[in-house]
Design a protein around this ligand. Sequence first.
Ligand code: ATP
Length: 350
Amino acid sequence: KVSIDPADTFNEEYEIQEELGRGRFGVVYKVKHKKTGQSRAAKVIKCIKSTEKQGVRDEIDLMNSLRHPRLLQIAGAYERRRDIVMVLELISGGELFERVIAEDFALTELDCIFFMRQICEGLQYMHNNNILHLDLKPENILCVHKNSNYIKLIDFGLSRRFDPDKTTRVLFGTPEFIAPEVINYDPISYTSDMWSVGVVCYVLLTGLSPFMGDSDAETLANITNGDYDFDDDSFDDVTQNAKDFITALLVKKKEDRLTAAECIKHKWLNQKEDSTKKVVLSTDKLKKFILKRKWQKTGTAIRALGRIASLTSCTTPPSSPQPFHFQAATSPPPSPVPSASSPATLSPTY
Ligand code: ATP
């Protein structure tokens, strides 16, 4: 069990190497443990206020209870005056979606089955431990090593413990991947993660984002209307079993969606090699999808809104490059719309 070291010995113990990535909350570096020479990742999360620090402490506490090969493991933590450093196992293979679009990778449905199965295994473990991920998206699925088809789920910054006997509502997520009950500020459950699994699967197979609209407001409306189909030519090479799998996840009523355990038993995830088409799927659209998301990430601002109702009535310019990241607003009900630039609304959990 990792406990936070209040002494600032991080710089004495670790040598910082290159930057690995950046997110909403932190910068992640590759680091070397000076004593053992072991490579690890260090996520530096800026937090000054005590509430922000408590949020990171909660994330560390949560990660301590997540010990599973499909989930990123925490190795240490250091609390400093202005930030907290989380030392994590190094996942060196990069993002899954980046791997499958590489020149030397021929993506087949069989590969997709292998990836989706692992995602479901990771989530099943989390759900069995009464924890919701709540931020499943392509950027949070990494390959264990270069040239490895094993994946791990990362980023538990929005994850939380869940009591099925209590009502939990949240108001955050990334529009393309969030479940309708999040948008409607209705009670969430384990299957709120499973909606995101359905979206990720749809994108992985075709490069198309099922609910993507010209604006965030349109995307959200598409989600709440359950407005998606398999009509695009990209589905010509996709088996009926795969479509059935997605259909069983993109169900508006969360009680009717497959659980992670049910997914693992689903016929698509149990398809044997010989019965699955080995057709190489085109990744042209997936390449465009990734480019677009990268562009969005480097966009100028992360805009936060406190109430989704306002979103559906306010129109984001169609060409808006920034992804929306809704922020946490568990009970009590959402407060009036804060200023989009208000930093307080940017960090719900920290
Ligand atoms: P987000 O904005 O998605 O919530 P965040 O601030 O919570 O991001 P992470 O998603 O944890 O940060 O990390 C940002 C990026 O750093 C990831 O997308 C990934 O590319 C890289 N990264 C994170 N953890 C690791 C790790 N353990 N090993 C290698 N790379 C990592």
